[in-house]
Ligand binder design. Sequence first.
Ligand SMILES: NC(=O)c1ccc[n+]([C@@H]2O[C@H](COP(=O)([O-])OP(=O)(O)OC[C@H]3O[C@@H](n4cnc5c(N)ncnc54)[C@H](OP(=O)(O)O)[C@@H]3O)[C@@H](O)[C@H]2O)c1
Length: 314
Amino acid sequence: MKAVSIDKITPAGNVAITEIPVPEVRPGWVLVKVKAFGMNHSEQILRLSEIEADHISKPIVPGIECVGEIADPSDSGMQEGQKVIALMGGMGRSFNGSYAEYALLPAHHVFAIESDLPWDRLAAVPETYFTAWGSLFECLQLKPTDTLLIRGATCALGYAAIQIAKAFGCKVTATTHRESKLPLLADSDEAVLDDGQLAGKANVTKALELVGAKTVRDTLRCMVKGGIVCHTGLLGGVYTLDGFDPIKEIPNGVYLTGFFSNYPTQQAVDEIFTFLSEHKLQPVYGECFDFEHIREACIALDGGKVNGKITVKI
Ligand SMILES: NC(=O)c1ccc[n+]([C@@H]2O[C@H](COP(=O)([O-])OP(=O)(O)OC[C@H]3O[C@@H](n4cnc5c(N)ncnc54)[C@H](OP(=O)(O)O)[C@@H]3O)[C@@H](O)[C@H]2O)c1
């Protein structure tokens, strides 16, 4: 089968398709015919540095998510041809991922779906919509009456969160750190230029923090009493809250939580697809590449110029 397989630091310009054997199915794992996949910043990190770490199995086929069909259900109880999505759980790091025609995946991280969406659009869903969904509903306990701040909204996750929260009935304020990108946030109720200091200007019941540790202290100060902040993104490039003093830095009666997409469930996947279908929503994405052009897709990912999710169709 055609696949991208790497065993050393690989700049986007060196990404190439190679031939490797179709994996042999085994108990507890299912063989998925990959139809399309979304691309993620973590795959760029894998190619450019993490590949050298001991916890990465090498050589490795990158790709932490995909959409496709069951080619061999093994002992999973699924049917051959069942439409599925898969994400995380070590995919593309501990075992081969989605940059390939077939992927052998642990059955507990492969989820059946019913959807008529085309593959290129469907590929925008697994990691991005699961993360948006979990952040908004599991962590922020979103209600239609909420006022929601999405900080760092000009990213795949931000666009998905705006779409879901607006369809749910919330009033959404979305921020960008680039004035030129304010028009990209037109689906929100209010697009705001973020100069790093929103405290005193915003006053919301819920906040989805996508810039991360760089701004979360300020975001905590944008909340009404009883408000919740969900720390999900790291766009600001700062990963830890050094010297964080919870007593002084979390205002009284404000809650701080975080979301990690490593634990998807069939229930959450079902809820996402039901919501998309009931609200007649088309998952949003920036650009779709054919698998033959995976190198160009990786160059686009590393360049950060695509507005929204990059998907790749096989
Ligand atoms: N917690 C989890 O489990 C989980 C799961 C998925 C993703 N994430 C994280 O969520 C974030 C969004 O992921 P994604 O896949 O949606 O990202 P993405 O689509 O790849 O977004 C990248 C874009 O974000 C923009 N951005 C917006 N605000 C920024 C800021 N303050 N600083 C730097 N860049 C900013 C950049 O464009 P401009 O600078 O031009 O605006 C950049 O091109 C990432 O940090 C990702 O690691 C977390």
